[in-house]
Write a new protein. Sequence first.
Length: 250
Amino acid sequence: MRAVGLELSKLRRKRLWLTVLLVLGFELLWILAILMVSLSRETTAPLTMGYAIGQASQVHAIFAPILATVVVSRLAAMEHDGAMMPVLFAANQSRGSLFLAKYAVAATISTAATIVVVAAVSLAAGGQGVPADPGLVLLWLLGLVLANLAVVAIQLLLALLFQRQAVTLTVGIVGGLVGSFAGFVPTGVAAFIPWQYPGLVTPVRMEQTDGTITGFPLVEHLGALIALVAVVGAVSTVVGRSVFARKVSR
């Protein structure tokens, strides 16, 4: 907890919140625009909460990895720019605690942003007359929160290992673009690409007939997918911490 408190104190003058608001605001505008158009036009697909989630998830799958990348990059840059890592280690802060503290802050910020997105989608859909489905919404939220964990761990490791954040940002942006195709690749393939996890755990999938959307049915074996994402997130965190500790100690 002390290490996390130290990370929070470093952020007081960094205005990270402004960067998060800019990325999150752009995502919300995009999602709301899509929902306003898709929920107001004539369609043969039933206008359920699953329909709204399916439409919004395609955008969120792009922005979730990007937001996580921007956050961890800013957190790591604080140490790289001021050459503060040697100072912290000399002051008896362990390498492992530094990784976990930054991971906790980044995961919390990503979770908060995810909650805002899910709430906005639910409110926007409800405002358009879509029937509420709390169970489906909570299931979507749970999957998205767990989907953030592996991406945060991997991107944080890159951000701490590479002083130039161009590497981290490039991987995150490409990962976001790759994540947008999660609903169009086999599940077995997406399971090996953490940047596709926000799309992988979306509880519905688009169903089309002759190029026309006919609905967003529930995904089979969703519980197993969410469990897989949670396990990969935990393993990525442990491995990321271990690799960082060994690498910088050389």
